[in-house]
Design a protein around this ligand. Structure first.
Ligand SMILES: [Mg+2]
Length: 262
């Protein structure tokens, strides 16, 4: 049975039509070198141990990702941290993959849209981006993620895009409209985690970030399910592959057969 698309509580940026190529990328752990929400939880919320326990409960199916993630963020709010403070802490501590800026600028120069698809929260993502690309770039890039409700008393809570989905944000809904176009573009997707599974399988070229620390859930899953993908350690390596495909010196099939970008 095909599950009905969950209703979206948040608007989507327009679908980029008539493009030959479109890039969709996860944010945490893919564009950033460290998961920003884990950072908040571990340092300002209930801590790493409890977070890891929650991660395992999600993997065991005892709790949904949506509810576990909400609990992580609530622990940050309960400790008295405002959204503005959290943004400041993340701006100081979360770094981007050093090759992302060049990757983004190359895509822009080639009229290839780059869309960030995230389980995180848009204002937080833009805040971190603004440190590492120009303010104009941080404002213009498309982000499909969750949002934040800031309450009159200064507390805040995550506003899920798909409140009825057990992921809170069903990432497949960001990529499927491209699949449905009359002349769909070649779709690149870059990700690293479990939340990327639903979108990853609809990409033409799936890049899986592998920084060599051995705990990449998306890589494990793709291997097990025989989903063709390209492991990449950093954006610089992914850019070489993208350039080859866009420039016509490499086919999608050949890039996937390589399986690795170095
Ligand atoms: Mg991720």
């Amino acid at each position: 049975m095909i599950e009905a698309a969950p209703e979206s509580a948040l608007p989507y940026p327009p679908v980029h039509k008539d493009k030959k190529f479109v890039v969709l990328s996860d944010w945490d752990g893919t564009i950033t070198t460290y998961d920003s929400n884990d950072y908040l939880t571990d340092n300002l919320g209930y801590g790493r141990e409890k977070r890891r326990a929650g991660n395992l409960e999600v993997l065991d199916g005892k709790i949904t990702f949506r509810d576990a993630f909400r609990g992580m963020l609530e622990s940050v709010v309960e400790n008295g941290h405002t959204l503005e403070h959290c943004k400041q802490v993340l701006k100081q501590n979360i770094k981007l993959d050093p090759g992302f800026r060049d990757f983004y600028r190359y895509c822009k120069s080639m009229d290839i849209p780059v869309v960030i698809v995230s389980s995180g929260m848009e204002p937080v993502i833009r805040a971190v981006l603004s440190v590492q690309v120009t303010p104009e770039e941080a404002a213009e890039i498309d982000i499909i993620s969750n949002d934040v409700d800031v309450h009159p008393d200064g507390t805040w809570s995550i506003k899920y895009r798909h409140p009825t989905s057990k992921f809170g944000h069903d990432k497949s809904q960001a990529i499927l409209p491209y699949r449905a176009l009359e002349n769909p573009p070649t779709l690149f997707f870059l990700g690293d985690g479990v939340s990327d599974l639903s979108a990853a399988r609809h990409a033409d070229v799936l890049f899986v970030k592998d920084t060599g620390d051995g705990d990449n859930d998306l890589a494990v899953y793709c291997k097990r399910e025989h989903i063709p993908h390209i492991l990449f350690p950093k954006f610089e390596a992914a850019l070489d592959v993208v350039k080859g495909i866009v420039g016509g010196t490499k086919t999608v099939e050949a890039a996937l057969a390589d399986g690795k970008a170095e």
